[in-house]
Design a protein around this ligand. Structure first.
Ligand code: BES
Ligand code: MN
Ligand code: ZN
Length: 496
């Protein structure tokens, strides 16, 4: 769908439908008051009779082709929730529900008027949120369905702005589009089944991003990783016939010589559990165990498209975790790149193994900060459900910056403790570490394990096991891969 920004009167601009937003409990004012009058007071009556109140995600449709001569054939009023409780996410949600509702009617051209005065947002911010919400809500993953000749697709969304706001709204809509497109690339990668989303294919995605935005790409092959001593990563890879790919993308938009931010994403393209095999029920979902990797590649695409003034390195240790005659076994000992030895208690705790070598590798960049993101523990799903990303780290400044980015992007994070006592559970009997520390606080012990490989880097770890996949269908998040982390990381990098 194309997004345009234009100055003008929405009620005098031809379209299949116009979208106007209303805060909960408010009477129609401004453009809505005009529309209400043209509809003979139908909007006010609907509000008085309790058919519509402006709650977030609520919609009400009016169809009267003659009400707006030369303007829209229909009017969709969408709720923004209470003005006093406004969060930027209400705007994304309104954009998402209204776009999907109008697509369902098989319309082509729609317009929307950006509500002003919402939560102190300027025209750039509103247009960005609206574009994000609409494009993310309209996302579909249908490449494995028979082609539908009657497929419903919106052609164009025109955002109507005031004359003075037009240039800033254009900028906002453009940024929103770039961010949403990057989230959708991540969603595509994650939704794609593991037989098609192999480590090699993931590296291919990185190559496309590198080509499109002239980034530096390095893909370390198995031999390269052996030379570097990445025994933990290669241990996981040893069970698969798919060659592992250790993917590195570098973007330089900041001062030359300024140390980069490094983002590391878990890239397990399928997690069967390995020899410690998972129950078969629900195992198909483990194609999303590369969601962290997809998030860092998506974030890299967005940052490069937005030309943010930062230096950024994305690292994805990609491999499958499968059982075979050459796979890791419980009791095996591997040695990570920093020399630490690890006894494998469960081959299903593979994420921390691939990340340990990736974090060691990140140290080469002397980064100003490192953020790793991973579908790391089932325990995080139990602790925080699908509403919050689990966060651990070693620097309060970075932790609060990531928390703020979480609020702004509505990819919220919740901090878990990192007390040293938790590390005791991860100490090995015959090795420096073991890869499982028991059932208690399993999200935290996984974080403590990772900390053994961050050296003196400023670091945050994000566990997205509970937040990477959508089960229900939400206003701008259809069922399936959410693309979690792309918006969070981009927001963080926009704010530094
Ligand atoms: N990829 C899983 C974690 C996961 C679970 C992600 C559910 C998404 C949904 C990870 O590799 C894993 O298997 N973790 C184990 C670790 C355990 C063996 C210490 C877990 O959490 O059960
Ligand atoms: Mn696992
Ligand atoms: Zn896993």
């Amino acid at each position: 769908m194309e997004i345009k920004v234009k100055a003008g009167d929405i009620l005098a601009t031809k379209s299949d439908a116009a979208i106007l937003a209303l805060f909960e409990g408010e009477k129609p004012s401004g453009m809505l008051a005009k529309a209400d009058k043209a509809l003979g007071g139908a909007i006010s009556r609907a509000i008085e009779q309790g058919e519509f109140s402006g709650k977030a995600d609520e919609t009400l449709m009016f169809r009267d082709g003659k009400a707006f001569p030369g303007g829209p054939d229909r009017l969709l009023v969408v709720g923004l929730g209470k003005k006093g409780k406004f969060s930027p996410d209400n705007m994304r949600r309104a954009a998402g529900v209204s776009a999907t509702a109008l697509r369902a009617l098989n319309l082509r051209e729609i317009t929307a008027s950006l509500p002003d005065g919402a939560g102190g947002l300027d025209a750039t911010g509103s247009a960005r949120l609206w574009a994000e919400g609409a494009l993310l809500g309209l996302y579909t993953f249908d490449r494995f369905k028979a082609p539908d000749p009657k497929k419903k697709e919106l052609k164009r969304l025109t955002l109507l702005a005031g004359r003075d706001d037009e240039p800033s709204a254009k900028k906002g809509a453009e940024a929103g589009r770039k961010i949403a497109e990057a989230v959708c690339v991540a969603r595509d990668m994650i939704n794609t089944p593991a037989n098609e989303m192999t480590p090699t294919v993931m590296a291919g995605y990185a190559k496309n991003i590198a080509r499109e935005h002239k980034l530096k790409l390095k893909v370390l092959e198995k031999d390269d990783c052996e030379k570097l001593g990445m025994g933990a990563y290669l241990g996981v890879a040893s069970g698969s016939v798919q060659p592992p790919k250790f993917i590195i993308l570098e973007y330089r938009g900041g001062k030359s010589g300024a140390s980069p931010t490094v983002i590391v994403g878990k890239g397990i393209t399928f997690d069967s559990g390995g020899i410690s095999i998972k129950p078969s029920e629900g195992m198909e979902k483990m194609k999303y165990d590369m969601a962290g990797g997809a998030a860092v590649l998506g974030a890299m695409q967005a940052v490069a498209a937005l030309k943010l003034p930062v230096n950024l390195v994305a690292i994805v240790p990609a491999t499958e975790n499968l059982p075979s005659g050459s796979a890791l076994k419980p009791g095996d000992v591997v040695r990570a790149m920093n020399g630490k030895t690890i006894e494998i208690i469960s081959t299903d705790a593979e994420g921390r193994l691939v990340l340990s070598d990736a974090l060691c590798y990140a140290q080469k960049y002397k980064p100003r900060a490192v953020i790793d993101i991973a579908t790391l523990t089932g325990a995080c799903v139990i602790a925080l459900g699908d509403l919050a990303i689990g966060m651990m780290g070693n620097n309060d400044g970075l932790i609060s910056e990531v928390r703020a980015a979480g609020e702004a992007s509505s990819e919220r994070v919740w901090e878990l403790p990192m007390w040293d006592e938790y590390l005791e559970r991860m100490k090995g009997d015959v090795t420096d570490l073991k890869n499982v520390g028991g059932r208690q606080a399993a999200t935290v012990t996984a974080g403590k394990f990772l900390q053994e490989f961050v050296g003196d880097m400023t670091w945050v770890h994000l566990d997205i096991a509970g937040t990477a996949w959508e089960e229900k269908n939400r206003p701008y998040i259809p069922k399936g891969a959410r693309g979690t982390g792309v918006r969070l990381i981009v927001e963080y990098l926009m704010a530094i």
